[in-house]
Design a protein around this ligand. Structure first.
Ligand SMILES: [Zn+2]
Length: 449
């Protein structure tokens, strides 16, 4: 790759960067130059990509998902329920997940994400029924096929109904198995450094599906292996009550007792933190993934994003699993977060630029990758380019604002590490019709048992 010509992404219609009116130059997976108004690239022998009809964003970063849930979208048995009964309806269906179905579910979710302008995604995979021990390996292979940058988490559940937890026995594993496999997938797949394409984090599912012993042991292991930590926290009032009854404290106190309140950790949801808890999170450097669609669909509540930012808590954006969104479109999630937070805080506190910032720089902090999420010299060449040629954009004023306000949903071009992963609104070599056919068939088999 080092002998490839630099690419000048020239004269964008608009770009989310300062002093880059004439575009940017990328080489070897990095942004090497911003070209200001009236300027030309200093680099020699540049290949030109004419971006005259494109709005250019840093690639969007998705900080929370459960890919396998694309197989259980809009499932009647789980509809119109809040989180706990929703989970209880879905656990037995998810227990039927097979390696083949997971591969299809992951491919669908990653493809949706890429096509919506996402260049880096996390996934929180915590369902390991017998026969699916290599779930993370399946996800890594799919990410490499599609050219998407990933932070995949080795999730876990080991507190079943028998021991006072929420999930049935069929979807939990024992602590030794979980820790052994966590170490295995980190050793096998986790890349280090600013150019890493595949990273692994450890992610016990939630206070109501994991034992205290596993929470503590996972924090120790993450520390030893120097990888990130992720879990769901402060998502519902039911969770508050569960923690009060089971552990005699609120969820954040519990998290701290387990050794998790630090900068290694990013949390999904964060709806129910009080002002004191927000200060503690900010001080610790723990970040939060805001999942606006999921929180609305499950009627969980509204993450107090601006209060958290004022308390020093970094905020990223996540689509959450496709059984509570039920799509994996990150650009639409930006719009959902913008609208929800604007309704909460008003027009002077939340703009379209805030929502874009959460999904880029904010999300980059959640995944511990400061080299992502920004168009600047030295940062990764991860870009999302949108055209404004659909009916929904016709008549727009500000092109950048139009993406969020008019509801952009499909990128025309997506670049990951300097390589085009989406061209003309499509993923090269991906037969979408065939994928939908096979994925739908696997979903039907899983749903009907
Ligand atoms: Zn989730």
């Amino acid at each position: 790759m080092s002998d490839a010509s630099p690419i000048w992404i020239r004269d964008p219609l608009a770009i989310l960067a300062d002093r880059a009116e004439r575009g940017i130059v990328v080489k070897d997976g990095r942004i090497i130059e911003l070209v200001p108004a009236g300027g030309v690239p200093a680099s020699a022998d540049v290949a030109v990509f004419d971006a005259g009809e494109h709005v250019v964003l840093p690639g969007l970063i998705n900080t929370h998902h459960h890919f396998y849930q694309t197989l259980t979208r809009a499932l009647p048995a789980a509809m119109d329920r809040e989180l706990f009964p929703w989970l209880q309806a879905l656990y037995p269906v998810w227990a039927r997940l097979t390696p083949e179905a997971l591969d299809l579910g992951v491919t669908v979710a990653m493809s949706e994400l890429l096509l919506s302008g996402c260049t880096t995604t996390t996934d929180h995979h915590y369902v390991f029924p017998a026969g699916l021990e290599d779930a993370v390996d399946i996800e890594v292979a799919a990410a490499k096929r599609l050219g998407l940058r990933v932070l995949l988490t080795r999730g876990s559940m080991n507190l079943s109904q028998r021991d006072g937890g929420l999930p049935p026995d069929s979807v939990v594993q024992d602590e030794d198995t979980i820790l052994g496999d966590s170490a295995r997938v980190v050793a096998k797949h986790h890349q280090r450094g600013a150019d890493a394409m595949v990273q692994i984090a450890l992610a016990p599912c939630s206070p109501f599906s994991v034992t205290t012993s596993l929470m503590r042991a996972t924090a120790d292991l993450a520390d030893k292996l120097d990888v990130r930590l992720h879990t769901h926290l402060a998502e519902t009032d039911d969770e508050n009550r569960f923690c009060e009854q089971m552990y005699g404290c609120r969820p954040l106190d519990y998290l701290e007792q387990c050794g998790w309140l630090n900068a290694r950790t990013w949390l999904a949801h964060g709806i129910f933190f009080n002002p004191d808890e927000m200060r503690r999170l900010g001080k610790a450097g723990t970040t939060v993934s805001h999942c606006a669609c999921s929180n609305q669909l499950l009627a969980s509540g509204c993450c107090p994003v601006c209060d958290m930012e004022e308390a020093g808590v970094g905020i990223g954006i996540g689509v959450d699993g496709s059984a509570s969104n039920d799509g994996s479109n990150l650009m639409q999630e930006v719009r959902a977060a913008f609208l929800l937070q604007r309704a909460r805080y008003g027009v002077t506190k939340v703009s379209h630029k805030d929502a874009l910032r959460w999904a880029t720089k904010g999300s980059a902090a959640c995944v511990g990758r400061p080299e992502l999420g920004e168009i600047a010299v030295g940062k990764a060449a991860d870009l999302a380019l949108f055209r404004l040629d659909e009916l929904r954009f016709s008549g727009h004023g500000d092109p950048l604002a139009a993406l969020v306000l008019c509801g952009a949903h499909r990128a025309d071009r997506v670049m990951v590490a300097g390589k085009w992963a989406v061209i003309d609104g499509a993923i090269p070599d991906l037969d979408v019709a065939d994928l939908i056919r096979r994925h739908s068939s696997a979903a039907r088999a899983m749903q009907t048992g």
